[in-house]
Write a protein that binds this ligand. Structure first.
Ligand SMILES: Nc1ncnc2c1ncn2[C@@H]1O[C@H](COP(=O)(O)OP(=O)(O)O)[C@@H](O)[C@H]1O
Ligand SMILES: [Mg+2]
Length: 486
């Protein structure tokens, strides 16, 4: 329906709220609201029955995601719809809610209420983890990698105390480009809107006689983001500066993971969420850690002893060293640059082209077999430095490939360090002067002016992870590319 097509060109013009695109609906994309909508509800949200659950907002291979809000005690009194919930068990409560929807075909809530769903709840489909909380938390522990400390204050703490080694969960510090799971708990599976249509087979017996799901599962609570990167890119094209900033954000996110010894292994535009910062710049966060490698004992080197060992999700975007590995005694797959490779492939989509590793036909490449000179040329509107970074991220040989850190540094220097890159004048004192200037400007911007700007967040990441070798490597690379091109 053309009347539903948003006018993306108007997005960044002042005073015009950008549209929100989810479930085919066009709504205004809200700007940054902080990453933890539950920060003022310290002791709440550890049980499913504390939430009001709205419409489905997404679905993947392993879960359904719903919009949600914390159910304040006043909601019970003020809302007619909530009244019948009092005194009921959680399961009957949700059954009741979805009955209303299914029977009358209208939303439980008014539009005004619906706009107030600041949270997203991911309900895992549990077909193999058993029904004990302990088994669920252990089997689905990768999903908990981006969970904040307080997210797990509920049952996980109690369970983990008894059996700490079972979980071996890696702790990931918060990062502007990584999702924060703000609550995680297990609960029995409720009947939610769309369940019989979208995922009947994974429902438990009690809800569907032919369902193969267990009766209990894991729930993850996050901030509700306006759209995924895939939806965002489908709806609009970005200029070179914004595209560069988007690639940089993915690199900063991946570098953060690498520093924590974690590989995401399922990067794709469906697993990246987007909102706009206060200046209208897309702010990207990597989500869905269900396929990640996060093991305290082995780090990023996975023993690949048989074909049964899980190498991660998304076969199309599996780095060459992962997809070509052959199992055997003593074989290790090194994931330290695998996510950086995937960012190189996703960069094509961000820069307005098709991902060269998707689809069939002669133009599509396979990560298993492509040669670097088969990679499609990027348009002339893409800055030279960005083209070089993408090319270097897609090197088959991980030893020749840029790490996420060095690639990010190259983009930082390219975006903001022009005056220290004048050929033949790369000097330590000039670099130090520039770094001091950047630090002061970033601190002032973040502390005094505006805390929610992507650009400032990126500069903070750059400065916080500064290492002499990585910085000089990036600077020399840039200079050598430029010298070669003249
Ligand atoms: N916090 C969120 N805010 C808004 N939409 C989300 C959020 N988390 C997930 N989604 C939507 O749900 C989809 C599935 O979520 P995901 O975590 O990727 O599940 P799966 O593990 O099944 O792939 C995503 O592709 C996205 O469309
Ligand atoms: Mg997913």
């Amino acid at each position: 329906d053309p009347s539903n097509t948003p006018l993306w060109g108007k997005w960044l013009s002042p005073g015009c709220p950008p549209p929100r695109v989810l479930g085919g609906l066009t709504r205004a994309i809200p700007r940054f609201r902080g990453s933890d909508p539950l920060s003022t509800f310290r002791w709440q949200g550890f049980k499913l029955e504390e939430y009001l659950i709205g419409q489905p907002i997404g679905k993947g291979c392993s879960a359904a995601v719903y919009e949600a809000a914390i159910l304040l005690s006043s909601n019970y009194q003020s809302s007619e719809d909530s009244k019948p919930l009092e005194g009921k068990t959680p399961d009957t409560q949700w059954d009741h809610g979805s009955d209303i929807q299914a029977a009358e075909g209208k939303p439980i809530q008014t539009n005004q209420q619906r706009a107030a769903f600041p949270l997203a709840i991911k309900m895992m489909w549990n077909i193999s983890a058993g029904s004990s909380s302990e088994a669920i938390l252990s089997t689905m522990r990768q999903e908990l990698v981006p969970a904040s400390g307080s997210a797990l204050s509920g049952e996980y703490r109690t369970v983990a105390c008894h059996r700490r080694p079972v979980f071996g969960k890696k702790k990931l510090k918060p990062h502007p480009n990584i999702i924060q799971v703000i609550r995680a708990f297990t609960s029995s599976v409720p009947l939610l809107p769309g369940a019989y249509v979208d995922y009947p087979d994974v429902l438990p017996l009690s809800l569907n006689p032919s369902g193969i799901g267990h009766s209990r599962t894991l729930f993850l609570v996050m901030k509700n983001y306006p759209c995924t990167l895939r939806q965002y890119l489908n709806e609009r094209s970005s200029d070179a500066h914004l595209s560069t900033l988007m690639i940089l954000q993915l690199l900063e996110g991946v570098d953060h993971l690498v520093r924590h010894g974690i590989a995401h292994r399922d990067l794709k535009t469906d697993n990246i969420l987007v909102e706009l910062d206060s200046a209208g710049c897309p702010w990207l966060v990597i989500t869905d850690f269900g396929c990640c490698l996060a093991d305290e004992n082995i780090g990023l080197r996975l023993p690949f002893t048989s074909w049964y060992v899980d190498r991660g999700g998304n076969g199309c975007l599996m780095a060459p060293e992962v997809v070509t590995a052959i199992p055997g005694p003593g074989v290790l797959i090194d994931y330290s640059k695998a996510d950086a490779w995937a960012v190189g492939a996703i960069a094509y989509e961000i820069l307005g082209l098709c991902n060269p590793f998707y689809g069939q036909g002669r133009s599509s490449l396979e990560s298993r077999s492509y040669q670097e000179d088969q990679l499609p040329a990027l348009p002339d509107t893409v800055p030279f430095d960005v083209k070089q970074v993408v090319k270097m991220l897609l090197q088959r040989d991980p030893n020749k490939r840029l790490s996420a850190r060095v690639a990010a540094n190259v983009l930082h220097l390219s975006l903001w360090g022009e005056n220290i890159l004048v050929p033949k004048s790369l000097k330590l004192d000039k670099m130090i002067g520039w770094l001091l200037h950047q630090s002061a400007a970033t601190l002032l911007m973040d502390g005094l002016v505006d805390r929610s700007r992507v650009e400032t967040k990126m500069k903070t990441c750059f400065l916080a992870n500064l290492e002499y070798e990585d910085l000089w490597e990036a600077a020399f690379l840039l200079l050598s590319w430029r010298n070669h091109s003249v």
